[in-house]
Design a protein around this ligand. Structure first.
Ligand code: BGC
Length: 335
């Protein structure tokens, strides 16, 4: 009787572990281990356009020392294509520097093609430019270690609806696979990588080196209140942190985990955070950030915070120091 009780307890514990780590542990072998906790970097840095770079090589070391293991580098490659769709050699050298320095610091690197607005307004142009970009970037990094991953396109939306995006994926993926047959490639659903669109995302079944991404800024009225690039720029005072808010977060991530299990795909939460220039109390943004990060970990998702500097900041360039409460919300166990 006792034995059975013990067995039942063990079985119960195993089931609980499975429920907790389900998608993550089942897929662990598929996922490059380098991608666990990351931060988005360099997207809007003058570095790319020949200005004085805010981001310096030593920031990679700071990121690693804090306990992150990868960076997601936001690349606006389209603006560096010439009339024959060749990437500017000087710009490519800048990308090389980023990959080299991040690697030197011991960080994994996601090269994220971030021309999402341009792409989403004109599918024909998007297809041509994405083909051009990936047919040059992919061979350039074909010998890079497995901790360098490619993200085909950030946040497809508008004209890149599910059908248009699903039609484009195999085309661009084939270009990458011609030179990088097993490299981790990151792909997310339409509607700005909305988790709600995961069921409509069509991926080549045989390709098991795809890390599926989603972005989470829910509730949007909380995370983007005061943000000038949204229609919430006048909005203030929206709070977050009730039991219902937490329950909603769990439910949303539970749906992603369920999809991941059913489709046997590992997951990257590639962007999340709450806008910092809206007057939202820092403690509330910190609580939100910590809750999202813990829930991602609980479900076995890799995550990348939006973003290192500029806005939503984890690092304050004016003090040249971490915004410690945000850093600690992301990496509490490491300190
Ligand atoms: C965009 C940023 C924006 C962020 C949060 C990113 O994907 O590139 O411009 O600040 O999402 O809205």
């Amino acid at each position: 009787m006792k034995r059975n009780g013990f067995k039942a307890m063990l079985a119960g514990a195993a089931a609980a572990l499975l429920a907790t780590f389900g998608a993550g542990s089942a897929q662990a072998a598929d996922r490059a281990p380098e991608f666990r906790r990351g931060v988005n970097v360099l997207g809007y840095d003058p570095y790319w356009k020949g200005g004085e770079a805010r981001f310096k090589a030593r920031h990679f070391a700071e990121i690693r020392r804090a306990g992150f293991d990868f960076v997601r580098v936001n690349l606006f490659a389209f603006g560096h294509l010439d009339s024959k769709d060749r990437l500017d050699p000087e710009w490519l050298k800048k990308v090389d520097w980023v990959v080299r320095e991040a690697r030197k610091a011991g960080l994994g690197v996601i090269l994220d093609e971030h021309d999402f607005d341009a792409c989403s307004n004109d599918v024909t142009m998007c297809r041509a430019k994405l083909r051009a970009v990936w047919s040059q970037l992919a061979p350039r990094y074909r010998s890079a270690p497995s901790s360098v991953a490619f993200e085909l396109l950030n946040e497809p939306h508008a004209k890149l609806d599910a059908d248009a995006w699903n039609a484009l994926i195999p085309d661009i993926l084939a270009i990458v696979r011609a030179t990088n047959p097993v490299r981790t490639v990151i792909i997310g659903p339409t509607s700005w990588n909305a988790y709600r669109e995961l069921p409509g995302l069509k991926l080549p079944e045989k390709d098991r080196n795809i890390l599926v991404t989603f972005h989470y800024y829910d509730p949007f009225r909380f995370t983007h209140q005061g943000a000038s690039w949204t229609d919430l720029k006048e909005l203030r005072g929206v709070t977050w942190g009730s039991d219902a808010d937490l329950a909603q977060l769990r439910e949303d991530f539970g749906k992603v985990a369920q999809w991941a299990r059913a489709n046997r795909r590992p997951i990257l939460l590639g962007e999340f955070g709450a806008y910092d220039k809206s007057g939202t109390p820092e403690a509330m943004r910190v609580a939100y950030t910590a809750a999202v990060a813990r829930e991602a970990e609980r479900q076995g998702f890799a995550f990348a915070y939006w973003q290192f500097d500029g806005d939503f900041i984890a690092w304050d360039m004016s003090r040249d120091a971490w915004v410690a409460p945000i850093r600690d919300a992301l990496l509490p166990a490491r300190r």
